[in-house]
Every structure is written in C-alpha cells, then in structure tokens.
Design a protein around this ligand. Structure first.
Ligand code: MOS
Length: 755
C-alpha cells in the first residue's frame, strides 16, 4: 500500500510494528539470551514464614556434577549493607527486602540459597539437595487477625496521593440521611501471572561491564538499583528489556532474581542466568488483600448526602506499600460530605505490589457496588443514579477536569448494550434455566504524564529512528512511538525504527500507571519539532536556500522534504540538507514534563462506563459473562487497534478478578497455597464471550501535548463491579467478597430462596 503522508497514522488502527518479530519467535526475552560459558542459577526457596536460618548444608548439592557454587547469606560477594541502598524508584517507604542478606526469614518462599551450575538441570537437581534448618517464630499472615491494629501510613509513598481531607461532616450527614447503605467489601490477594516468568541473564562483557537482560518494566530503575547495591558505575551496567511477556505491575520494582543473577556473576566472574519458576512467582508480587467499608447516605431521590469509605489493606512488616483505594469515591460523585480513610495492617508476607490499576480495582469495586445497592434502595436506575450524582469537578482537590466525557460513556455504552430494555427487578429476566442479569458500573483512572526524554535521528537514507528508555510491556509502545515519529516527519511507518527497553537510551520512567503513551509520544513530538528546527538551520545555510527566511513554525517535514506549510512547492530535500552539511545523520532530543501550571488548577482522569450481561445457571450457580460493553473516555486514541486490545485485556483480567482469581493462604504455614496455574484460576478462552469496546470522543487540550490519556489500566477498573452488579440483578444475591464463586452464590439465601 502506498503511503499518503497527508493522512496521519495517529487515530488509525495500526498493527503492531513488533508483531512479526513476536509471532516468528524473533523477539527475544530475558531468559533467551546466551553467553559463552553461561552459568545457571536455581533459587532455593525458604520453607517457613518467619524466623531464622540456623544452618545450610550444601555438601550434597556440591557433589552434583556441574555444580559450581551455592550462594547463601554466609557465602556470597559483598554488597551494600544499608537497606537504603536497596531502595528503588517505585518502592514504598520502609526497608526493602535484601535477598541472601542474613539469617532472617521474613516471608514464606523467601530465597535462602542460589545453586549455580553449568546447566539448568544440574542447578535444579542440586537445589533439591540443599538442606536448610530453621528456628521458627510465630507468624501472622491473616489480615483478618491484624485488621484491628491498622494504622495510617506514617510516610507517604511517592506519587501515591493520600486520601483527601474530609469535606463537610460525613458522620453527621450519614446519621441524618433518610436512606442509608453501609456494607463491607472484600478483595482477596491476587497474583499477576504474566506469561513470561521473571528471569535475568547477566552477560559479562570483555571490558568488565555487565549487560543485563532482565524481565522488568523499567530498565533504568533496575540499572540504578544494581549500581547502588554493588557499587558499580552506570556506564558499566546496561539493562535491556526489549520485550516483555506481560507485566501488569509485577515488573515495576526489581525482582529478586535480578539481584541474585548479578550477585552470582560478581561472585564467580561468569555470565549467569536466573529464571524463577511459576511457583516462586507466587511468593511475592501480588495485589494486597483489602477489607473496605462504604457508607452512603442519600435523599429518597438518590442524591448523595454522605460518602464514607474506609479501607484496610495488607502490607509486609518491612515496607508500607500504599495505593489509592478510597479517593475514587470522593472523585466520582458530587457530595458535600465525604470522609475517605485508608490504613494498612502488617502481615508476615512479602510486600504487596502494584497490580494493574492498583487501588482503583479495589476501591472502585466497593464504591460501585455500594452505588448499585443504593440504586435498588431508592428505586432509581443505576445509570440515572450516577448522572444525578455526577461530579462536574474534582471535589477531592477542588479542581476542574482537563476533560471528562463520562456522560458520553454512559450514553453510548447504554445504547450499544440496549440498557433501556432492562427490566429493573432482580430475577426478572431469564432464558430457560439461566437467570439473566444486567449490571453496570463506572471506571476511573489517573491520566498522568511523567518526565520522559526521547531522541529522534534522521538518517541520510531517509529513515527516522525514535528512541527512549521506556518499555513495551505488551501494550503497543513500539507501535505508537513509530506512529508519532512517522506523522511528525510524514514518513511511511516502514521508514521509522524504534529503540526502547534499554537503560542506555534517553531517560524514561518505568512503564506503568498508563502514562507511557502520553509521556513517550509527547517527548517524541517535541524531539521531532527540535529536529525540524535544526534541519531548518542547516537548510538556511544552503546556497540559494528557498527556506532562507522561513520561521520554524512555518515549516513542515514530510516525504523526506522540508517545506513551507503554505507553499509546499517551496522546500528542500532532507537528504540534500544532510549532504551539504556533511552529515550522515542528525539527532535532536525532546523532553516531556507535566505542565505544573495546568496541574495547579486541573485534574486529569480517564473514565469509563461498563455494561455487563451475566447468565447464571439457576441450579448450579455457575456465572457466565455473556456480554460486556466498555465505553471509555481516554482523550485522543493514538492507535485504535492496540488501544482496543488494552481494554479487552483489562476486561478479561477484571473477569478473572470478579469470578475466579484468589490466592489462598494456609495461615498455619503462612504460605500461599494455590501457587500454580492449575489451582490459581484465571479466565481461559472459553470464559470469554462478547466484549465490545467503545472510545467516545474526548478532546483534551490541557492534559498534555497530544491530548492522550492512556489506556493500560482503565479497562479493568469498575468492570468487576459491573459483573457483581449483574450477578445481583440476575439472582438477587449480593456477593460483596470477590471472587464470586459458585459456593458463595449457593450459600446465599437470596440465591436459593426461589424454587
Ligand atoms: Mo502498572 S500496575 O503501573 O504496571
């Protein structure tokens, strides 16, 4: 297909530029890199939840042919000893876990030794022969047992907004309210479970430097972490994460195999790979359990008079992991009286981690379930109730929204779904032995821009390279970066090369928080503008240059030429500019930063309205999600194809959270029990029926350079509540504790009441 440079890529459904590499196996992941004499490390996981290691006997392990060494806290290279040195950019306040540091056991499955061998098989076989003795101490892993000792986090986690100051008097207003809903909602521990398990390959280069292929969402975060712990300079440590088989937040912080692989490499002066097993991935990096109470006071009309939302979330003894759980309630709804509180309680596990839309998945499930309960209390349609209480401004922070097309989400979503044909009574819709339920909810997530740099380079052969240290965690970053570069220079996509996932590239934050597209593409746009300006400087210097008097704002780059916007015939070939300047290439940098002036007066969020149909087997209590319409307002959509994929993925993950996912603990052992994909249930293809994604039109001039808000997380937010609300509509049973499993439905008197 010939490229028409007058038709921009941005806004056009575009296939992934990295797609062919991925489907042909050409894309390499962290554990797939080889090196001469590569050693393999296998982690020995601790057996108790709390206590001390009294001895580690490695003698049998060392007899296995091929075993080179067994690293333990008593036998390893020296590393930094202050926990401060183990802090990473994403880590919460506290003392980060230091693997193989001392004899202390802080959670079940903690790494206690690393067997290093010439082959993976030898290291695994020998790991089974390492004998570790412990002195156990009493542990508590049950949030229920410690929720009474919850506390307000003493130090704030950077980037995580604390609950807003209370407004009005929510206690009095609730007591005085003619209509009240007060309920407790629970979400259990969930694990991320990306397809690609954690792995790191450390390659020792000739010059003594380390090239580290790592499964991470942030190469520069992990580079800084390793340099700090091992006392290495950044020019000696390069972290590469060109491809990632899913992250969902699990790769925001450095995972312990990274540390262990570098430790082994430094101890033995060899290249080393350490890959974790699926079981080991279940020992850390999870969504915290939460216990939430929502109290809504309202007029008989449904107008809210009081919102109280209190959450207690689990964290480890060593770090205060924090998320934004309760703020959403005060943000979504117009209400004079709001009191939102968030506390933590410590258990003997590893620190929880961010998991796709951290906090919002939890808090929005609670508030959107409670709003549904209120809708039935007052007999108002759930959509109408939300419109009645619609927040036109951010009452948490007393700011305007940069844009908020949530009303369009309600309207377009409801129309597509056929919401007007809903019969409001629970258990009033059925198809044979299946009860049909229609439920809806709102979703919300922050639209953030993070300080990000990009470099663009135009080459003599007419190609453009765009580069930034950001990651593509499967979200489509390669593609949107290429599209932005292509549009700025009016080039076909094939002429744009993307470099990302490498700590040596221009500075970018971890890919997370749904900020990568807005931040990276804004930086590329600025870099392209700077490059065009530089090209113009050179063009002016040409003999008889037609652009001699042109101003940068009057000039565009397109089809390999630089010309006057208003007189396209007047211009110069970029090749000629480079040639006459005796350049093979020309580079420029751009840096996107949040606009602090806008931030003073405005808040920026993405919104969604989710409509769901469930079908529930009347006898068996089996819930099937038959249809979901997710209508999203996320500003400008760069690539409708990968954007839709993000929402589909979010919806599927929400379906897992609502109906299937739960990590159980054996509190006697203090251990997660269902640590494999056979017993930790996630949706499979057969669970997924009809998912319809709508992007409503949302023009946003303020949020950033491009008006882009980000999409990685919004698809999961609120979708769990929409499913739970549909289950209530189908069955009359309100399940406030996720996941909604058959046992909970069957146990519910409302479900079994009918003949
Ligand atoms: Mo996301 S949980 O910020 O990867």
């Amino acid at each position: 297909m010939t490229h028409d440079s007058n038709v921009p890529y941005i806004g056009r459904a575009t296939s992934r530029v990295d797609g062919p590499l991925k489907v042909t196996g050409g894309a390499k992941y962290a554990a797939e890199y080889a090196a001469p004499g590569l050693l393999h490390g296998y982690v020995v996981s601790g057996a108790i939840a709390k206590g001390r290691i009294t001895s580690i006997d490695v003698s049998d392990a060392m007899t296995v042919p091929g075993v080179v060494d067994v690293l333990t806290h008593e036998h390893r290279a020296r590393t930094a000893w202050l926990s401060y040195n183990y802090q990473d950019m994403i880590g919460p306040p506290g003392k980060p876990f230091r693997p193989l540091y001392d004899d202390k056991i802080q959670y079940s499955g903690q790494p206690v030794a690393l067997v290093v061998a010439e082959s993976f098989e030898a290291s695994r076989a020998a790991a089974a022969l390492v004998r570790v003795s412990y002195k156990s101490e009493e542990h508590i892993t049950d949030l229920e047992a410690v929720k009474g000792q919850s506390y307000v986090p003493p130090k704030r986690r950077s980037g995580i907004a604390p609950p807003p100051k209370p407004r009005g008097d929510a206690d009095d207003a609730f007591d005085a309210a003619p209509v009240k809903v007060k309920q407790q909602y629970r979400v259990p521990v969930e694990h991320h479970n990306p397809m690609e398990p954690f792995a790191t390959t450390v390659v020792r280069e000739q010059d003594g430097g380390l090239t580290i292929y790592d499964k991470t969402q942030g190469s520069q975060n992990n580079q800084a972490y390793i340099c700090s712990i091992f006392g290495l300079s950044k020019d000696k440590v390069r972290v590469v994460n060109a491809f990632m088989g899913g992250g969902f937040g699990s790769g925001l912080r450095p995972a312990y195999q990274l540390y262990l692989a570098v430790l082994a490499s430094q101890t033995l002066e060899r290249s080393v790979r350490v890959a974790l097993t699926r079981d080991q991935m279940f020992t850390f990096s999870y969504r915290p359990e939460t216990i939430q109470t929502v109290s809504l006071g309202a007029e008989p009309s449904g107008k809210l008079t009081a919102i109280r939302h209190h959450a207690v979330a689990g964290t480890s003894h060593f770090e205060d992991h924090q998320e934004v759980v309760v703020n959403w309630s005060g943000l979504l709804y117009d209400c004079k009286n709001a009191k939102l509180t968030y506390e933590l309680a410590k258990i003997d596990t590893h620190t929880p981690a961010d998991m796709r839309a951290p906090g919002a998945v939890l808090g929005v499930f609670a508030i959107e379930s409670a709003m549904d309960e209120l809708a039935y209390e007052v007999g108002v349609d759930p959509v109408e109730l939300r419109l009645l209480n619609y927040a036109e401004k951010d009452e948490n922070d007393d700011k305007e929204f940069t844009s908020k097309a949530l009303k369009a989400c309600f309207k377009e979503g409801a129309e597509r779904f056929g919401w007007s044909r809903r019969s409001p009574e629970p258990r009033s819709m059925r198809d044979g032995r299946e009860l049909i339920g229609w439920g809806m909810a709102t979703g919300v997530w922050e639209a953030q821009l993070m300080d990000t740099q990009a470099r663009v380079t135009i080459h003599l052969d007419g190609t453009l390279e765009v580069a930034s240290a950001t990651s593509d965690i499967g979200t489509g970053t390669y593609t949107v970066m290429a599209m932005t570069g292509a549009d700025m220079f009016g080039l076909p996509l094939e002429k744009v090369r993307v470099k990302l996932g490498d700590s040596s590239l221009p500075t970018a934050p971890v890919e997370g928080g749904s900020w990568a597209a807005a931040s990276t593409c804004s930086a590329i746009k600025l870099a392209c503008q700077a490059l065009t300006k530089d090209l113009l400087e050179h063009a002016r210097a040409l003999a008889d240059s037609p652009l001699k008097r042109a101003r940068p704002e009057d000039v565009v780059a397109r089809d390999g030429r630089l010309f006057l916007r208003d007189a396209p015939g007047t211009g110069v070939a970029i090749q000629d500019i480079l040639r006459s300047a005796k350049l093979d290439e020309l580079s420029a940098k751009g840096e996107a930063k949040p606009d602090s002036k806008v931030q003073k007066t405005h808040s920026s969020y993405t919104h969604s309205a989710i409509f769901c149909e469930v079908r529930v087997d009347e006898q068996l209590g089996v819930v099937r999600v038959a249809r979901i319409v997710n209508a999203v307002a996320a500003g400008k959509i760069i690539n409708p194809k990968t954007a839709r994929s993000q929402i589909l993925g979010g919806v599927v993950m929400a379906l897992g959270s609502a109906l299937e996912e739960e990590t159980f603990s054996d509190h006697a052992l203090g251990r997660f029990m269902n640590h494999n994909l056979a017993e930790y249930h996630m949706p499979v293809h057969a669970d997924i029926k009809d998912i319809d994604v709508i992007f409503v039109d949302e023009q946003d001039e303020l949020t950033n350079e491009l008006g882009v808000k980000g999409l990685g997380e919004i698809g999961i937010v609120g979708t769990g509540a929409a499913i739970a609300n549909a289950v209530f509509h189908a069955t009359g049973a309100r399940i406030r504790s996720l996941p909604i499993t058959v046992d909970k439905l069957i146990d519910s008197p409302a479900f079994t009441a009918e003949p």
